[in-house]
Design a protein around this ligand. Structure first.
Ligand SMILES: [Mn+2]
Length: 403
């Protein structure tokens, strides 16, 4: 029997305003503001290239209930590209783009099927097989009714059944609860796939049959971190396979920067840049300074956090891939009176008592080594002090990491 392949996307939030973003160079701010559109274009391009059988958009296509003209125009263009590739699209509107909003109407091409405010069924024929798709659009912003009760139970064994539902698991307190459902209720419908929307974090609630939130296609702030996209789904007689496709124009993320050994501002800048290299794509990043020992603490106390941020932004510059440092935060400095602190203190105490001869004894492996000795000058008083200071710093930092 034949298989079907489709795209499951949700929460496009086209034309999200990125209001909180300040300080970015204009070109980059524009790039950020265009990111929901770029992600959408990536999705449409993929659909056409992969030549999928159809595409599902499970609510919140638009960010605002006025469905900005620009957003509608871009969406229209996307639907026309799908039409040209003979790919049908199915839309159910969500709480953000509910039917009761006021917007300038665009007429979508005929390959697009829009679900009304009541749960209904759309039928299509793919490769000799019937596919039934069920869904509804939000008639107003707040749909608190358990719409799941209105979905029919699948009764045709030989067909594929797919449910589109923009809503939340009953009892999930992390988001506004709309059109609540339980997994048991979804499974009772005996569908082959549940295409969910509303929650922006990608998650697979159930494997077989799949009950899936694809998450949004583009992160919009620090709480929507990491790679975003959609699922390409293949349903066969024996089950489903899902492939996640990344659409993000840029990602939001946070990075931990270890401040071990950071004594001078230039070392700090180097540590930050090193950390930033972990993300090899355009990004908006929050940097979290960790492992702050006494030296690092002293260094950071000398300048305001704003100034550190400014300097770092300047150093990172506008090089490609573009990385915007959104914020710098500092973890609590490493406590010196903890257990490891006591250990450090006792070792430091010991070191304090060392004479120059003791130090030379400690360093003799280097200074008496036949190959290295010709590169080294005789140890001076200052050098010994410096070595002592460095040893103290490294020791503190290393021991504080044991916590
Ligand atoms: Mn949403």
């Amino acid at each position: 029997m034949s298989s079907i392949r489709f795209i499951h996307a949700a929460d496009l939030h086209l034309d999200s305003p990125f209001k909180g973003m300040t300080g970015l160079p204009l070109e980059q701010l524009n790039r950020l503001r265009a990111s929901t559109f770029t992600a959408f274009e990536n999705l449409i391009d993929h659909a056409c290239e992969a030549s999928v059988d159809f595409v599902l958009f499970v609510g919140d296509i638009y960010d605002g209930e006025d469905r900005s003209l620009r957003a509608q125009l871009k969406f229209q263009e996307g639907m026309e590209k799908l039409a040209a590739a003979n790919i049908p699209a199915f839309i159910s509107y969500g709480n953000h783009d509910h039917l009761n909003g006021t917007w300038t109407r665009f007429e979508l091409p005929s390959n697009v099927y829009v679900f009304d405010s009541d749960v209904s069924e759309a039928k299509l024929h793919v490769g000799g097989k019937d596919v039934f798709i069920y869904g509804f659009s939000y008639k107003e912003r707040h749909v608190r009714e358990a719409m799941i009760d209105r979905y029919p139970t699948a009764d045709k064994e030989e067909a594929y059944h797919i449910g589109m539902l923009h809503g939340s698991l009953a009892g999930d307190g992390s988001h506004a609860v709309y059109a609540p459902f339980t997994k048991r209720e979804l499974l009772a419908k005996r569908y082959d796939y549940w295409a969910l929307g509303h929650i922006h974090l990608r998650q697979i609630l159930h494997e077989d049959p799949p009950i899936v939130y694809p998450g949004n296609i583009q992160g919009r702030h620090r709480l929507e971190s990491g790679v975003k996209g959609f699922y390409e789904v293949e349903l066969t007689e024996v089950g489903a396979s899902l492939v996640f496709i990344d659409t993000s124009a840029l990602i939001f993320d946070h990075l931990d920067v270890s401040c071990v050994g950071v004594h001078h501002a230039n070392e700090w800048l180097a540590a930050c840049q090193e950390a930033l290299r972990q993300i090899d794509r355009p990004c908006v990043v929050d940097l979290v300074m960790g492992d702050i020992d006494e030296d690092a603490f002293e260094l950071f106390s000398q300048t305001s956090a704003d100034e550190w941020l400014e300097v770092l932004r300047e150093v990172v510059g506008e090089s490609e891939p573009f990385r915007w440092i959104q914020s710098i935060s500092f973890q609590q400095p490493v406590e010196q009176n903890s257990e490891s602190g006591v250990l450090v203190q006792s070792v430091l105490h010991e070191m304090d008592d060392w004479t120059d001869t003791d130090w030379k004894d400690v360093l003799k492996e280097v200074y008496q080594h036949a190959r290295t000795v010709k590169y080294l000058d005789v140890l001076t008083e200052e050098e010994l002090t410096e070595i002592q200071e460095d040893a103290t710093r490294i020791l503190r930092a290393e021991l504080s990491r044991l916590k």
